[in-house]
Ligand binder design. Sequence first.
Ligand code: UDP
Length: 472
Amino acid sequence: SISKNDNVSQPPGQHVVFFPFMSKGHTIPLLQLARLLLHRRRHISVTFLTTPANRPFIAQFLSGTASSIVELPFPEDVAGIPAGVESTDTLPSMSLFFSFINSTELMKPDFERALKNLDPPASFLVSDGFLWWTLESASKLGLPRLVSYGSSNYFMAVRTALTLSGALHRHEPEREIITVPSFPWIKFNRNEFKYPVLQNPQAKELMTKCDDATNRSFGIIGNSFYELESVFIDQWNREIGPKIWPVGPLCLQAQPESCSATVVHQWLDEKLEKDESSSVLYVAFGSQVEISSEQHREIAKGLEESNVNFLWVIRKPKDETKDCLPDGFENRVKNRGKVLTDWVDQTKILNHRSVQGFLSHCGWNSVLESICAGVPILAWPMRAEQSLNAKLVVEEVKMGLRVETCDGTSKGFVRSQGLRKMVEELMEGEMGKEVRKKVKEVADMAKKAVEEGGSSWQALDSLIDEACKFGA
Ligand code: UDP
């Protein structure tokens, strides 16, 4: 079914079609890009293709804009995926992640039909990189395909350099430290790089298909800004390709108002009213992370022992959070800490004046949101490419510190004492001061990049022009 959002009529001109991957982390930057395009160019219209369960979130984010949403049914009866699950955020286990991605290929006939029937016809397609099969569909219609992975260029460049050199696949136990070809100053311990592609044949096969489709696509949309990752963007555009256009940080685009922010803001405001200098640590690990109850209790202990104010988002159903917290925890910390279980407006929280630190899993959106708010990060990467984002944050940009895990790997358990030590360092210590100063400088650079004439502003202009020229 096709519907216009808010019944605002669409002007004629270029028509950009978005097909985001079904997770919040991958969808949000594309929604921000859509709002940005609509804001910047009067003759652009946008359509989102999505599934019924993902539609309300998209519709809410685009409310008040001249955009359309076309619904495509999600495949039924896919082995392992429970009926009704249409997003990796609601998968019962992350072990189903790659089966979920593979199952999207069954949407191809409906996708092609929808693409063909668009009116006005599409000018170009913005597809998530995980939806590799959309390349063929776009090619049939002569449409340029732009790819979005929602990841850092650092990650893309480092992963590609390692993959091409085969460094990760050689079993040389004596070589525990890997030096990244093309970027010799980047070194890491083999254990530190726990990218699933290395362990899981299904993942490897899938990523090969995705890489192949990306290589044959028109270009890549980078949710980043040139000044932040120039070395990696330049190397990619010079030696790898297809071209990356860094048009971000997309989170700087005005977001729709959300209601959850009010309650949280009241709490943060009250903290400031009591004490002008009060600072709060924001604790959140993205939209789809799996953390054990034992680890949750240890985080609670660490936060309780440190004397900082905190706002902690736990992504578990409300009735399960009880198991995650030590008895009486919320009561004991009620004067300085708050636990939230609903979806929050993270950007708004990070931009509250009292929020002075972010304990984060380093999902790329979270990193960018923290940069734009000028808030330093205490990095606790957990899965996917987060350990590389954390490395960028701590070692390249120097806008954050890192939690200590028991075994030194990014998958290791974090004990309360270690957590407390680093939380206190970030919020009150000398190292915390340095990274806070640094992130504020980077925040200024980000704002300049998206202003008129800035690097991201210009990249977006040339991206639209080149893609439309190609598709014409
Ligand atoms: N987010 C949010 N409210 C929540 C949880 C997450 O607004 O309660 C947003 C967050 O601001 C970010 C995205 O969801 O834009 C999560 O993306 P990220 O790349 O940080 O992590 P992922 O969820 O992909 O692991």
